[in-house]
Design a protein around this ligand. Structure first.
Ligand code: ATP
Length: 262
């Protein structure tokens, strides 16, 4: 394994391109000369020991940190000119969420509709319908009026996935989504994620410490290693799959409730 983005015979375009990316905190280098592509419809599992730089890398990709060197491209666009933020859903680590946050599940999900400068946007009937659909799909419609902080970890994660889905996000970036969740609920959650990947053409970049799950789903060890970062990849290369409809919440072609445990 090496740290080079290999040219590949693929039918899918890069969704995230990292070219020579390095990053340091106060002079301490965490990421060094990383080259990596996430291709459309890939499932990328990012693993590595504590402090390896996984969260840092996700924060670079979503623009919360600026690399000291190298270039990030999103959907083929340089970060500086990228405007398609609604195409990306980012669910940070669970412990980044304040459990006292005074919002209901429905409000959290609806907040997925507000773009970066649209905090006071008025809700339309279509927005409300999208929200109800996303809650239904994630099987949390009965929790819609509960305070988000009162939900279990697994239920909260579903609410955040619904929030990402409401914009029909094409790329979901999840930072340890099952941290602190019991094994049975974790399995249900992965089942949901795998279903979304396989049937709804969503690209995933997910941090996980669950090496067994990663190896099982990817069919082997990491495809690429950079320092302490390990990239497990499941590609979808077959051109005939490219025409699969993505899941669209309201107004789309397919609505489907996902039945999972947890
Ligand atoms: N804001 C910060 N200032 C200085 N150092 C930081 C900061 N955030 C993270 N670090 C350091 O950078 C390194 C990488 O941190 P990061 O959170 O990216 O690791 P990680 O792989 O996500 O770890 P974990 O598995 O524990 O979540 C760690 O050594 C961490 O202490």
């Amino acid at each position: 394994m090496n740290n080079t983005a290999q040219p590949q015979a693929h039918c899918h375009e890069p969704v995230v391109t990292l070219a020579g990316v390095s990053f340091s905190y106060e002079g301490k280098q965490v990421i060094r000369d990383l080259n990596f592509n996430v291709l459309q419809r890939d499932f990328v599992g990012l693993a590595g020991s504590n402090g390896a730089g996984k969260t840092t890398l996700l924060r670079i990709i979503v623009g919360l940190l600026k690399p000291e060197q190298g270039e990030v491209r999103l959907f083929g666009e340089p970060y500086s000119s990228f405007r398609g933020w609604n195409r990306i859903g980012y669910v940070p680590q669970k412990n980044a969420f304040n459990p006292l946050f005074p919002a209901t599940v429905r409000e959290v999900v609806l907040s997925g509709l507000y773009g970066r400068n649209k905090l006071f946007k008025r809700l339309t009937a279509a927005d409300t319908r999208k929200c109800e659909d996303a809650l239904e799909i994630m099987n949390i419609a009965d929790l819609a009026d509960r305070r988000i902080g009162q939900l279990s970890g697994g239920q909260q994660q579903r609410a955040f996935l619904a929030r990402a889905l409401i914009n029909n996000a094409e790329l979901l970036i999840l930072d340890e989504p099952t941290a602190g969740i019991d094994a049975e609920t974790q399995e249900g959650f992965f089942e949901l994620i795998r279903h979304m990947h396989q049937h709804h053409a969503i690209t995933f970049l997910m941090v996980s410490h669950d090496i067994d799950m990663l190896e099982d789903y990817m069919g082997g060890g990491p495809e690429q290693v950079c320092g302490k970062l390990k990239f497990y990849v499941r590609h979808t290369h077959e051109p005939q799959n490219c025409s699969e409809t993505r899941l669209h919440v309201s107004g789309g072609t397919k609505r489907e409730k996902i039945e999972v445990r947890g």
